[in-house]
Structures are given as C-alpha cells and as structure tokens.
Ligand binder design. Structure first.
Ligand code: ATR
Length: 293
C-alpha cells in the first residue's frame, strides 16, 4: 500500500510505544485506524492506534482501563460521543457547545480532556473548495442530530448568520435552533419541517445534508435540485467509499459544486492527531493511499 519505508520500531513497538485508539459500537467499519496508523508510520512516531469495540455500559470501564494502560488518547464514535461529556475531566469550547466529545487526550497525571474536532473537520473541508464570506449567505441545513450540531457551530463560528434548519422531527430542529440562537444572538436560525415537496430552494446559496438519508446508498433523496440556483454549493457530510451518495448523483447531474464527507472525516482526524502528537497529519498522503483521491 505504501511506497515508503516503515521502521522496525513502528512494526514491532518498543518500551516507549504509546497507545491511541477509537472506541465505538459497532467499530469494525471505522477508517480511523488506517488514517492514523498510516500517518504515524509516515512520520515515524512511536504510537499505535487500535479499534476498540466498547459497548455502552462498558464506556466508563474502558476509559479507566485505557488510562491505566498509559494510553495517550482515543477517538469516540457512535454511541459514545454524548456520554463522554460527563466522563472526562474538562471540555474544550467546541465539545461544550456541541455537547459531544469525539477526541479524548489523557495527560501524564491521568487528567482526561474532551475535544470535539468535527466542527473543525467540517469547516476545513468546506474552505478547501469554498472561499466566499459566509455572512448573509442563505444556508439550508438538513438535519438536527449530533452531526448537525457540529456543523451548525462550525458555520456560525465562520460567520454564517442566516440558516434554515430543516428536520424530519421539527421539535429537534426547534430545540437546536433555540440552543444556538441563544449562543449566537446575532444569527438567524429558523427551524422548519423537512418536507421535500415544500422546501423553498430558489434563494439557497449553500445546502448541507447532515441527515442519515442516503447513508447506505439505497434511500432516494427527493430534493428538487433543479430549483436551486446554479451557484449553489452542496455539501453532503456522508462519505461512502464505494459509491456516490444519492445527493451527490442529483447535484452533479445538475452541474452544481459538491463535496462529500471525506474531507471532513480526514480533517477531524488531523485535528485529533495534532492534539495527541503535536504533529501535522500528512493529509494528502492519507487521501491518496487510503482513499485513492
Ligand atoms: P448523527 O450523529 O449522524 O447526526 P443522529 O443524531 O441520529 O445521527 O441524527 C440523524 C439525523 O438524520 C436526524 O436529523 C434525523 O432526523 P430526526 O431528528 O427526525 O430523527 C435524520 N434522519 C434520519 N433518517 C432520516 C430519514 N429517513 N429522513 C429524513 N431525516 C432522517
């Protein structure tokens, strides 16, 4: 897979090797071990990153066990991001506002700091392809779940001020809009029901999908993309290695600019990597060798 030498130390470890990992349930699908181990090997850093299948009732025990083993840090995925908020010793501002932790760093005294790098991953990937000011752009955000909270925070911190939040369960959108209207009083966040046949699309500048619709490739995505203006930028935070998402197919057929969730996935990992190691993840190498991009 790689065209560079991997040191013996990386392959076998030594007395100074440190442990990193990812906790999830399920976990087998996680691409994080590949992303991090490739980066660690490339930079010849003496850490190893493993997937851990941690069931919800074992999360606190897993955290303590990991700490006892001298682990340096771990990522968290479904369903552990929210429960970790009350298990760590302190939270960074993003984790606090989002209400979810996707990265934990453990210091030499066993103090656990919880971070959320999803908002950073989202906005960094957006900025690779979209340079305009976000202020006064009409942004349509589909969803109101955990991922949506990170996306909303990222957009607001980047200057967005006009956001329509469309969700199947409108109460979830209303609760989320209330939370963030309170945190960002100058922003205008409007919750509406996700009714595809009635969405007003003709003035939308940026459309972001954070729902799990299309996640498995089989759902249809009944969006009237032909009603979007030609300059609309579409961002589906879903990433599917094997096929285009339904929203991607629709958007690209319409000739609109589009990005999927691959950049977000890699950049949230890069931020965690930097928190643990102080080093910069070789993002282009990861894109090329793991994702063929
Ligand atoms: P995540 O952490 O990935 O955001 P989540 O918190 O379970 O996952 O949120 C999933 C989001 O996808 C929610 O906005 C959900 O809408 P509800 O709040 O109504 O549950 C949305 N979603 C899931 N399946 C959907 C579907 N078939 N059609 C539309 N929205 C859907």
């Amino acid at each position: 897979m790689t065209n560079f030498d991997i040191s013996d130390r990386f392959i076998f470890g030594d007395g100074k090797s440190r442990l990193l990992g990812v906790f999830g349930d399920p976990i087998a699908h996680s691409l994080s071990p590949k992303i991090h181990n490739l980066s660690l090997a490339r930079l010849d850093l003496n850490y190893h990153y493993l997937p851990f299948h941690v069931r919800p009732h074992e999360l606190a025990a897993a955290l303590n066990g990991f700490k006892a083993l001298g682990g340096l840090g771990f990522n968290a995925t479904v369903p552990h991001k929210v429960p970790l908020v009350s298990l760590v010793d302190n939270l960074d501002p993003a984790a606090l506002k989002i209400g979810a932790v996707n990265t934990v760093a453990i210091d030499d005294n066993g103090i656990c700091s919880g971070y959320n790098t999803d908002a950073y991953g989202f906005i960094t990937a957006l900025r690779e392809k979209y340079n305009d000011n976000l202020s006064r752009k009409n942004i349509l955000l589909l969803g109101a779940g955990g991922a949506c909270r990170a996306v909303l925070l990222a957009l607001l911190d980047e200057g967005a001020d006009t956001i329509i939040l469309a969700n199947r369960t409108v109460k979830n959108a209303t609760d989320l809009a209330n939370d963030f209207n309170h945190l960002y009083p100058d922003a205008n966040i409007t919750p509406i029901p996700l009714d595809f046949s009635n969405l007003q699309l003709s003035k939308i500048d940026i459309l972001v999908n954070t729902t799990s619709l299309g996640l498995h490739g089989k759902d249809s995505f009944p969006l009237a993309v032909e009603q979007l203006p030609p300059h609309t930028f579409v961002y589906d935070i879903v990433y599917s290695a094997n096929q285009d998402t339904p929203l991607q197919k629709l958007t690209e057929a319409q000739g609109l600019a589009f990005i999927d969730g691959l950049g977000m996935l890699i950049h949230q990992a890069a931020r965690a990597f930097h928190i643990w190691t102080g080093e910069t993840m070789p993002v282009d190498l990861v894109k090329k060798h793991i994702f063929g991009k």
